[in-house]
Design a protein around this ligand. Structure first.
Ligand code: APR
Length: 263
């Protein structure tokens, strides 16, 4: 790890007054949840147009559940890793105003971060797509996990055992699928945070989807700086002020150690 560059970032952080972090699936890989587009990632095994599309879910939820059962098991077992905890430490030190995340796993909150904007929703709760009644996803998961997966999917393909509301509507975890409207309030808050911060710490994302991919430009446009911590390069490498190619769970704790040593 390039210690002098990390020291430069620590110095920039100490001079900043409104730091915000934007995270993606890469920050949770060390917690056992694969990302989407790396080798072995979710989209390399499930076609999102079939398994993660809202219109397909409404037509036949069995494909979504076939993929999401695996995701729910991984989230159930996942605990925050040193990268999540480092961001919570930055908030605790009064250096971080909030986290904008594309992740649905709730690990930032579990690590202790109090201000989290979930652009793509959350797996913690589920809602009826008709009457909007909300259910704890754990209740749905407990029922689903009581079946052998292949047997359950066979039943679901025939329209049986699909989680449904008393009103008859399908119940879906509150995760935003492709083609599904995201929360306007969250999108506005995220845009406002990214536009008004003086340093955006982007961690573990390929920046392939909107509105996340546009947020770094909102920061830059308003005179803020960008730090990018990611295992692989993306377009952001060309406009970021600080770039670290590597593992978030190694780089972020080292950064916090430098900041603690300096106080
Ligand atoms: N440390 C840092 N970066 C990592 C690590 C790690 N330990 N592991 C993986 N990465 C990087 C990968 O190199 C990749 O660039 O994290 C990035 C993850 O990119 P994606 O898999 O595309 O995930 P993400 O950017 O979060 O996707 C955004 O796309 O399909 C939608 O809803 C889905 O929320 C998701 C969104």
């Amino acid at each position: 790890m390039d210690t002098s560059s990390l020291q430069n970032l620590a110095t920039a952080i100490k001079k900043s007054s409104r730091i915000v972090s934007l995270t993606g699936a890469g920050i949770s890989v060390a917690s056992g949840i694969p990302d989407f587009r790396s080798e072995g990632g979710l989209w390399t095994r499930y076609d999102p147009s079939l398994y993660a599309s809202y219109s397909k879910f409404v037509e036949d939820p069995s494909y979504f559940w076939e993929m999401h059962i695996e995701t729910m098991r991984l989230i159930d077992r996942a605990r925050p890793n040193p990268a999540h905890r480092a961001l919570a430490d930055l908030e605790e030190l009064g250096l971080l105003k909030g986290v904008i995340t594309q992740n649905i796993d709730g690990l930032h909150q579990d690590a202790g971060t109090s201000t989290v904007y979930e652009l793509h929703g959350t797996n913690k709760t589920s809602s009826c797509i008709i009457c909007r009644r909300q259910y704890p996803t754990k209740e749905i998961a407990d029922h689903i996990f009581s079946f052998q997966k292949e047997d359950l999917i066979r039943k679901m393909r025939r329209g049986n055992e699909i989680p449904a509301c008393d009103c008859g509507g399908w119940i879906k975890p509150d995760v935003i699928l492709f083609g599904e409207k995201m929360s306007h309030e969250v999108a506005v808050a995220a845009q406002e945070l990214a536009s008004s911060c003086d340093l955006l710490l982007v961690v573990g994302t390929s920046l392939q989807v909107q509105p996340a991919a546009s947020l770094p430009f909102a920061t830059k446009h308003n005179g803020g700086a960008i730090a990018f911590i990611n295992r692989e390069p993306t377009f952001l490498n060309r406009i970021a002020d600080h770039v670290f190619l590597g593992k978030a769970e190694e780089i972020l704790p080292e950064l916090v150690n430098m900041l603690n040593a300096a106080t």
